[in-house]
Design a protein around this ligand. Structure first.
Ligand SMILES: [Zn+2]
Length: 485
């Protein structure tokens, strides 16, 4: 069989293929930085100190003497830098990383059905693992410490992205909500599963991964798109969610034709109306990537307390509608942000949320900067049901912290730190990333990880799969990988 020769294939499954042997644990003190706490008072502390012991924050303030750790192994000097809670990406698809640069200039469903799924048809378990690794590292290096990943892979040959994705997020140590999607009708052939199979696989996935890894890993489930699930599957979805005690995650109204498709296949005039009909809405549900939102949709989401994850950068990229952000916020809907595969930089989404809000509203005050930042931190955490654990820097919370370097021309002179981060902040200025008290990114590089090997392997394997999927005329690869080595 024609194979590419990558390091990953030479390693035994389950081993830490790209990691060395260094341990990351230890107490950490971050000093001299401007601390954006995102706590209830939204306190900003100049020359602040954040102390971390094991997986928890033990001090946040301005008095270095009160940081009590006598066994600190790591001291981070954050002079000229911002110390803030790790960002939370409320919606993406790590399994789609391989084809993300291929032919973006087509409509969404063509991109899904003619590019993404055909390429995923050719991916093996190790490829899905590698795709998730690349996507995770990209998120990490842009300051994201929690990812809600909507897994929607092909099932050709009995292979899918469920376990490889879980393996990648476990190994890297990123906090994750893995939402397993499914379809039992009207969808890409190799992505359709039988109802009984869906229920069994969801149960297994929940039992194996939900609330594991020191509570860092959680699981949700949900139909991939509304017309791809039968009414019976919607009923089963709610039964499973209640029985397993897990939340739901679903796409809705990602384009102007979604309500039409829902009416065609379900006889219900609105996407959100369909979800309400089957009792899928509620505080434990996150609805992702809505761009077309009617007044009736707003009422349904507000009345049911459903979480809404908007994807401003992806929405601008696709051109399929701009969500009325000020209106949904004014209605009291809980709103967060996600990347939806585009860029994996939550700072871009903080900025893009402001651009869209001001464009649809016509007012410079349409989205205050601190609210946009909240939508990528504490509000997102609350929507995912982990607001008591992460999303702000407070004593007793889990230590998910990032350090952003503002000593750059694109911030200077920085007379307002909030504007610096919220208006100009690119993710690549993130230097340190700490998750669960582990220093995972140090000076912009993932600690003790062979980053170059991952990039090389991902390029080789993605090219191999794309050629097998007959996408040659869509490619202009950066590397000409030797495929028979
Ligand atoms: Zn999506």
């Amino acid at each position: 069989m024609e194979r590419s020769s990558t390091r990953i294939e030479k390693e035994k499954a389950g081993s830490l293929s790209y990691f060395g042997k260094e341990t990351f644990m230890g107490s950490i003190i971050i000093k001299n930085g401007v601390v954006l706490t995102m706590d209830k008072k939204r306190a900003v502390i100049p020359d602040g100190v954040v102390e971390i012991e094991k997986d928890r924050i033990t001090y946040v303030g301005s008095d270095f003497g009160k940081a009590t750790s006598g066994i600190s192994t790591t001291m981070i000097d954050a002079k000229g830098k911002v110390v803030m809670p790790g960002l939370i990406n409320g919606h993406t698809h790590l399994c789609m990383t391989f084809a993300r640069t291929v032919c973006f200039e087509v409509n969404l469903m063509d991109w899904i059905n003619k590019i993404q799924y055909p390429l995923m048809d050719e991916m093996g378990e190790e490829d899905y693992y590698l795709a998730a690794m690349v996507g995770c590292i990209n998120n990490l290096k842009n300051g994201t410490t929690t990812i809600e990943d909507f897994i929607c892979s092909s099932h050709k040959g009995g292979v899918d992205a469920d376990r490889p994705t879980a393996r990648a997020v476990k190994e890297i140590g990123v906090r994750s909500v893995l939402a397993r999607s499914y379809a039992d009708q009207n969808y890409y052939e190799n992505a359709i599963e039988k109802k009984e199979m869906i229920a069994a696989r969801c149960r297994e996935f929940v039992q194996e991964f939900h609330n594991t890894e020191n509570g860092r890993l959680k699981v949700r489930i949900g139909p991939v798109v509304p017309w791809a699930c039968s009414g019976e599957m919607f009923q089963e979805t709610v039964r499973l969610s209640e029985k397993l005690g897990i939340g739901l995650h679903m796409h809705a109204n990602e384009g102007p034709n979604w309500d039409v498709l829902v009416e065609k296949f379900h006889g219900v005039p609105r996407n959100i109306g369909l979800y309400r009909k089957y009792s899928c809405l509620g505080p434990g549900t996150t609805i992702a990537a809505m761009r077309v939102i009617s007044d009736q949709d707003i009422m349904d989401l507000a009345e049911t307390g459903t979480g809404l994850i908007l994807d401003p950068a992806a929405a601008l990229n696709r051109g399929t509608g701009l969500p009325p952000i000020p209106k949904v916020l004014a209605a009291g809907i809980r709103v967060g942000l996600g990347t939806n595969t585009v860029g994996e930089d939550m700072f871009e989404n903080i900025k893009a949320a402001g651009w869209i809000a001001r464009t649809v509203d016509g007012s410079p005050e349409a989205l205050p900067l601190n609210v946009a930042l909240e939508m990528a931190t504490i509000r997102n955490a609350e929507i995912l049901g982990i607001g008591d654990q992460v999303g702000s820097l407070e004593v007793g919370k889990k230590a998910d912290v990032i350090v952003v370097n503002l000593n750059k021309f694109h911030y200077s002179p920085c007379l307002n730190v909030l504007s610096g981060v919220g208006l100009f902040g690119p993710g690549r200025d993130v230097e340190e990333v700490i998750i669960d008290g582990r220093l995972i990114v140090k000076q912009g590089r993932v600690v003790d990880l062979d980053e170059d090997a991952i990039i090389q392997d991902a390029n080789a394997r993605a090219l191999f799969c794309a050629k097998k999927a007959h996408l040659e005329n869509r490619l202009s690869p950066l590397y000409s990988a030797k495929l028979n080595g």
